[in-house]
Ligand binder design. Structure first.
Ligand code: COA
Length: 336
C-alpha cells in the first residue's frame, strides 16, 4: 500500500427516483404487513424507477453532482468505472453511455464491473490500483442500480428488500500527499454463490439440444443463509480492515455500511461497540439500493447533519457472488 501514489476522494453525489413504494403499498401485491417487514428489515419504504426512467438517468445525475463537488470537469476524467449490477443494457455498458452523456472525451476507457452490493468498494479498490500505479489520474466511479427491474414482484421474501438509486464518486491522485484510503479489502467466495442468483433468460441455438432450465432474469435468494453469512462474516472483516488502517475503531468517526437489513447493520455496530450516532442508516426510506447504498447513505448523512466532514469512516459492503469488502476512508471537507 505504502508504495502506491496517494488517492484523494474529491467529490460524491447521489440520486434516487421520486416514486415511493411503502410497505402498505406492497399489500396490493401479496399478503404482508408493514409491521412484519419493518421488524425484520428496518425498511418502511423504497424508491423505484417508473416509466422510461433507468439507471442511466440516476447515474447521470449522481455523476454530475459528484463532478460539481469535486471541481473537476468532464474533460479531466481519464477513466470511468461503473459498479452497476443491474444496468438497463448489457451493452453499450452503463459506463460507456454515461461517458457520452457527460461529455467525457471519447478515448477515455469506460467499463462496468459486477460485484453486486459490494460494487462500490470493489470499484474503489480498482481505482486505487490505477491511480496508485500512475496509470490514470482522475476516475469517475458510478454505482447505479435498478433492482426493481429484476425483482420478482410476486416473491414477498425478496421484493420487500430492494430499491433503486445511484451514487457516484470522483477519485484522483492526491495533490497534498494525503491518502484518503487508509485501508481497503475486497473478497469473494463463489462456493456459496447460490445464496443470491439472477439467472439470465436465453435459449441455446435452435439446432442443438435445449437447456433444462431457462433463467427468469429475476432475483432468487435464500434470505436466511444470506442473513447468517452477513452477520458471521462481515463484522469481523470490518474489524480486520480497521486494524489494517492503523486506527482503532474508537478513533474512526462513522460506520457507513451497505444498507441491506437493519439487523445486519446492528450486528456490525455491536461488534464495533459504536453508539447510534456513529452509525449511518437510511434503510428505512430506501431499502437495499445495492452498490449505490453506501454513497447514498454517506451524502444524505452529511445533508442531514449526521456526518460532519473532516472526519473518517469505515465503509463496508456485501452481496451476491458472494462478495464483500470494507474500506477505512477520510472524508474531506467539501466533498458533498
Ligand atoms: N410478509 C409476511 N410474511 C412473510 C413475508 C412478508 N413479506 N415474507 C416471508 N413471510 C413469511 C414466510 O412465508 C414464512 O412463513 P412460514 O413460516 O409460514 O413459511 C415466514 O414469514 C418466515 O419467512 P422467512 O423467509 O424464513 O423469514 P426470515 O425471518 O428469514 O426473514 C428476510 C426474511 C428476507 C427478511 C431475511 O431472511 C433477510 O433479511 N435476509 C437477508 C437478505 C439480504 O440482506 N439480502 C441482500 C444482501 S445484499
Amino acid at each position: 500500500m505504502t508504495n502506491l501514489r496517494p488517492m484523494k476522494i474529491a467529490g460524491i453525489g447521489y440520486c434516487v427516483p421520486k416514486t415511493v413504494i411503502t410497505n402498505d403499498d406492497l399489500k396490493k401485491l401479496y399478503e404482508t404487513s408493514d409491521e412484519w417487514i419493518y421488524t425484520r428489515t428496518g425498511i418502511k419504504e423504497r424508491r423505484v424507477v417508473s416509466g422510461n426512467e433507468t439507471a442511466i438517468d440516476l447515474g447521470l445525475e449522481a455523476a454530475q453532482k459528484a463532478l460539481n463537488k469535486s471541481g473537476f470537469e468532464p474533460k479531466d476524467i481519464d477513466c470511468i468505472i461503473s459498479a452497476a449490477s443491474v444496468p438497463p443494457q448489457l451493452y453499450p455498458t452503463l459506463s460507456c453511455t454515461l461517458q457520452d452523456k457527460l461529455g467525457i472525451p471519447g478515448q477515455v476507457p469506460a467499463f462496468d464491473l459486477t460485484a453486486a452490493c459490494t460494487g462500490l468498494i470493489y470499484a474503489l479498490q480498482v481505482a486505487r490500483g490505477f491511480i496508485g500505479a500512475g496509470i490514470y489520474k482522475t476516475i469517475l466511479i458510478v454505482a447505479s442500480d435498478n433492482n426493481s427491474k429484476i425483482t420478482d414482484w410476486t416473491d414477498r421474501g425478496t421484493s420487500i428488500l430492494f430499491g433503486d438509486g445511484a451514487g457516484a464518486m470522483i477519485v484522483t491522485e492526491s495533490d497534498d500527499g494525503i491518502d484518503d484510503v487508509l485501508s481497503i479489502n475486497i473478497s469473494a467466495d463463489g462456493s456459496i454463490g447460490q445464496m443470491i442468483q439472477t439467472n439470465m433468460p436465453g435459449q441455446c441455438c435452435p439446432l442443438v439440444e435445449p437447456a433444462d432450465e431457462i433463467g427468469t432474469g429475476k432475483i432468487i435468494m435464500n434470505g436466511k443463509d444470506v442473513y447468517k453469512f452477513a452477520v458471521t462474516t462481515v463484522p469481523a472483516y470490518v474489524e480486520e480492515c480497521i486494524s489494517k488502517s492503523g486506527m482503532t475503531s474508537e478513533e474512526i468517526d462513522y460506520l457507513i455500511p451497505h444498507q441491506a437489513n437493519q439487523r445486519i447493520i446492528e450486528a456490525i455496530q455491536n461488534r464495533l461497540k459504536y453508539s447510534d450516532d456513529k452509525v449511518i442508516s437510511n434503510i428505512k426510506y430506501y431499502g437495499n439500493t445495492s452498490a449505490a447504498s453506501i454513497p447514498i447513505a454517506l451524502v444524505e448523512g452529511v445533508e442531514q447533519g449526521k456526518i460532519k466532514l473532516g472526519s473518517t469512516a469505515v465503509l463496508c459492503g456485501f452481496g451476491a457472488g458472494m462478495t464483500w469488502g470494507a474500506a477505512v476512508v477520510r472524508l474531506r471537507e467539501g466533498i458533498c
